[in-house]
Design a protein around this ligand. Structure first.
Ligand code: TRP
Length: 334
């Protein structure tokens, strides 16, 4: 991979649950917009996914679906590296080394760990606790400059920085310091049923989240049922979280500003507005869904892209891991 002057941007998504329009607006679509400016490295984090129970068949299917989705959204497989995490063994290898300079107490304090441990109380496995170290390994292997993340992952990027600094301190300059990259247009998409909570791919209420795989009728029905308020005036306000969220979604999908959207729906009722939001979302997703289906039907092409991605990722990761092994004094058969 030609490492010109472009900065490296690294991100990953777990192939667990179905992606929502929140994931689309907050991550995948943004990466596509940033791939000119940065060298993009994008992983499908299946090793992270197994920290909670997964059905093997589903995990495999979702991995390919996610790869097809990235491409359908416009990720250029020549310009950036798209690969599956488990196909590059250095992720697990570097995690082991980083484990030895990471403290149990630090991991126990991670917010996401505490949440997940509470949610999966019957399966608090070592991997769940080690999740942030694997994520640090992901980021540090590729000498990443920026990690585009939402608020919920910021703590993980910070711990990756702490671990990198600790390693560099102890063994000499090795890792580049990654920085969280906060998206300019950081619309946070909230649940349609409880607008105080983030829209999630693992919500139990299927009406709470709009999935990228939903068809037009489903999308329109979900928006019709979205929780709002009784004042029947389409404007954003702190005491109108439901309508504010729908406006944010409309703006993101129709490509307009909040002021423009408010003007467009002045004097209109919630029924009309909700239908317009549903249509804007469905119309934007239709070509992406069609392209994803086309790609999924062409397994040979997809497999080719992913094996090329894994090879390119491997070449970078191996160099970093070699350096790490040298620094820590691992025998290398000289
Ligand atoms: N933990 C991230 C999430 O669930 C996914 C992830 C894994 C990631 N490795 C990463 C994100 C490295 C950024 C960089 O959203």
């Amino acid at each position: 991979m030609e490492q010109t002057q472009k900065k490296v941007m690294y991100s990953a998504v777990q192939p667990s649950g179905n992606l929502t329009i929140g994931n689309y607006i907050g991550s995948v679509r943004n990466w596509v917009g940033l791939q000119q400016e940065f060298t993009g490295i994008f992983a499908i984090a299946n090793m992270h996914a197994i920290t909670v129970r997964q059905s093997p068949a589903e995990l495999r299917r979702r991995t390919l679906e996610l790869a097809a989705l990235y491409l359908a959204c416009g990720l250029d497989p020549e310009g950036c590296i798209l690969y599956v995490q488990s196909q590059v063994p250095q992720h697990a290898e570097l995690t082991w080394v980083l484990n030895t300079i990471t403290y149990v107490g630090e991991m126990e304090r991670m917010t996401q760990y505490k949440d997940k441990a509470a949610k999966h109380a019957d399966n608090i496995n070592m991997g769940l606790m080690d999740y942030p170290v694997l994520m640090a390994a992901d980021i540090l292997l590729y000498l990443t400059d920026y990690v585009p993340v939402g608020a919920d992952q910021k703590q993980h990027v910070e711990i990756a920085r702490d671990i990198a600094a600790r390693f560099n301190n102890r063994y000499g300059e090795t890792f580049r310091m990654p920085e969280p990259y906060i998206m300019a247009q950081g619309a946070r998409i909230m649940s349609l049923q409880d607008p105080s909570r983030k829209m999630s791919k693992s919500d139990e209420n299927p009406n709470a989240s709009v999935y990228l795989a939903d068809d037009k009728d489903t999308i329109i029905r979900k928006f019709k049922r979205a929780v709002t308020d009784s004042d029947n005036c389409v404007r954003a306000a702190e005491d109108k979280p439901g309508i504010t969220n729908l406006l944010a979604i409309y703006c993101a999908f129709a490509g307009c500003s909040l002021a423009e959207a408010e003007r467009a729906f002045e004097g209109k009722g919630y029924g009309d507005f909700k239908l317009a939001v549903g249509e804007a979302v469905a119309d934007k997703l239709a070509p992406v869904q069609a392209e994803q289906r086309r790609l999924l039907a062409d397994k040979a092409y997809l497999n080719g892209i992913l094996s090329q991605g894994a090879e390119r990722a491997y070449r970078i990761a191996r160099k970093t891991l070699d350096k790490v092994y040298r620094k820590i004094g691992f025998y290398r058969g000289e």
